[in-house]
Design a protein around this ligand. Structure first.
Ligand code: NDP
Ligand code: 2IT
Length: 451
């Protein structure tokens, strides 16, 4: 980066951190994008004059609200609710809702910011938003979750709509929560519309949406591997997380001929050197999705596996790593360990799972590395396909949705190669994804004037 561009980056970050004090995840996400797009902006002075990136980092609207609810003992509980409507440049606001005790404004803003570029990459007309609450679903009864979702939606319903803002799931929000929120929206508005995605199959949901993020990560990683004439076949894969994304990433990796040896949750990870095969994965799905259990129970059921409490899976020898749990779950030291152990591909299922230092390690080692905004975009892309089907009032077959998903992931891969290939031929997917995502949003903003 030349000194003029570096000065632009430094002054941009100084202003951003001064205006948004303490929002460390938000600063981190902006810095990563800024470092990729700054040379493009400097080369196109009108983008600087029009303050396009300065506008994108200021969400169009942030809604913060109180979520009061009654627990099963009749006690009053109060949580915080958020919806960050970041950008409507290319379509209605679109993005997930996260229920996790760590949720705060910085995390909501980083996720909404990332979503802006991710949704642009999908090739579909979707703007970007993110929402959530510091509500902790763990240990809550179904009735408590329902009352919470109803209270959350009672306020959120004033700000969303099928052509305005279409939320979906994220950490702590799956089919059950989407159902309760959809029911409450319908009751308040007396309107059956595609206001949420990730709906149930019998009431407007799309086939493959539950699978889409995890499958999409594998389709994207397959495209990366293909640039080296390689594939998942015979590879050893380490996965973190054991929720929606991790489960379907594991399922597709297995189908593609890989051996998956780890899964995790926030308490620890399991290592099964014999591989988590289809039967064992079906057990994990039942354990997590129906019984809402913990991953350590896997090691109690399968003696081939060992449980490592309080640890993350990145010390295990693998060819491919797929972080599918949460932000900043893979640091510089763990990245160096992965490389030392021969890992040749890291495909992110989570949003911003690698720290900036880890990303630096991957890029300087020139391994195949995809940022979440590219490789996990299959989830929101299939949400976009759910919106399409809702608008048409019909439902595509699983094969048809899967075909679209594959094509979209291939197209995102191509966009990354187009904008991210460096002089020596190495594809920097971070740069490629950020520039490709930015250009479309910037062009739309230029066309629509100062709004
Ligand atoms: P789930 O709630 O289904 O699963 C989350 C998994 O990650 C659980 O195993 C959970 O463990 C673990 N986890 C959550 N928080 C932490 C933490 N602070 N430390 C360690 N482990 C943690 O969520 P999803 O699978 O839907 O989401 C996973 C990631 O993928 C997130 O980054 C999300 O933003 C991203 N993503 C999700 C998409 C989707 O369609 N669902 C689309 C694109 C990205 P525990 O049970 O202990 O909490
Ligand atoms: O981070 C994400 O892309 C999601 N949680 C999915 C969003 C969506 O609207 O499907």
């Amino acid at each position: 980066m030349d000194s003029y561009t570096q000065k632009y980056v430094d002054s941009f970050m100084a202003e951003l951190t001064a205006k948004n004090p303490g929002e460390k995840e938000f600063h981190q996400a902006v810095k990563e994008v800024l470092e990729s797009v700054a040379p493009y902006i400097v080369a196109h002075p009108y983008l600087m004059e029009q303050k396009i990136l300065e506008r994108i980092v200021e969400p169009e609207r942030i809604i913060m609200f109180r979520v009061p609810w009654l627990d099963d003992e009749g006690n009053i509980q109060i949580n915080k609710g958020y919806r960050v409507q970041n950008s409507s440049a290319i379509g209605p606001y679109k993005g997930g809702i996260r229920f996790h005790p760590s949720v705060n404004l910085s995390i909501m803003k980083f996720l909404a910011f990332e979503q802006t570029f991710k949704n642009s990459l999908t090739t579909l007309p979707m703007g970007a938003g993110k929402g959530g609450s510091d509500f902790n679903p763990k240990g809550k009864s179904d009735n408590e979750v329902m009352r919470f979702c109803q209270s959350f939606m009672t306020e959120l319903s004033k700000h969303i709509g099928a052509d305005t803002d279409v939320p979906a799931g994220d950490i702590g929000v799956g089919g059950r929560e989407i159902g309760y929120m959809f029911g409450q929206y319908k009751r308040l508005r007396n309107e059956f519309t595609g206001v949420l995605t990730g709906k149930g199959q019998s009431w407007g949901g799309s086939h493959i949406r539950p699978e889409a993020t995890g499958y999409g990560v594998c389709y994207f990683a397959s495209a990366m591997l293909a640039t080296k004439g390689d594939s998942y076949e015979g590879k050893t894969v380490a996965i973190s997380g054991s929720g929606n994304v991790a489960q379907y990433a594991a399922k597709k990796a297995l189908q593609l001929g890989a051996k998956v040896v780890t899964m995790s949750d926030s308490n620890g990870y399991i290592y099964d050197p014999e591989g988590i095969d289809a039967d064992k994965l079906a057990y994990v799905m039942e354990l997590k999705n129906i019984y809402r259990g913990r991953i350590k129970e896997y090691a109690e059921k399968y003696p081939s596996a060992q449980y490592f409490p309080g640890e993350r899976p990145w010390g295990v020898k693998c060819d491919i790593a797929m972080p599918c749990a949460t932000q900043n779950e893979l640091n510089g030291e763990e990245a160096r360990t992965l490389i030392a152990n021969g890992c040749m591909c890291v495909a992110e299922g989570a949003n911003m799972p690698s720290t900036p230092e880890a990303i630096e390690v991957f890029l300087s080692s020139k391994i195949l590395y995809s940022p979440g905004k590219a490789s996990n975009a299959g989830g929101v892309a299939t949400s976009g396909l759910e919106m399409t089907q809702n608008s048409m009032r019909l439902k595509w077959t699983p094969d048809e949705v899967d075909r679209h998903l594959k094509q979209i992931m291939t197209d995102i891969h191509e966009a990354c190669v187009k904008y991210g290939t460096e002089e020596d031929g190495y594809v920097n997917y971070v740069k490629g994804a950020n520039i490709a995502g930015f250009i479309k949003v910037a062009d739309a903003m230029m066309a629509q004037g100062l709004v």
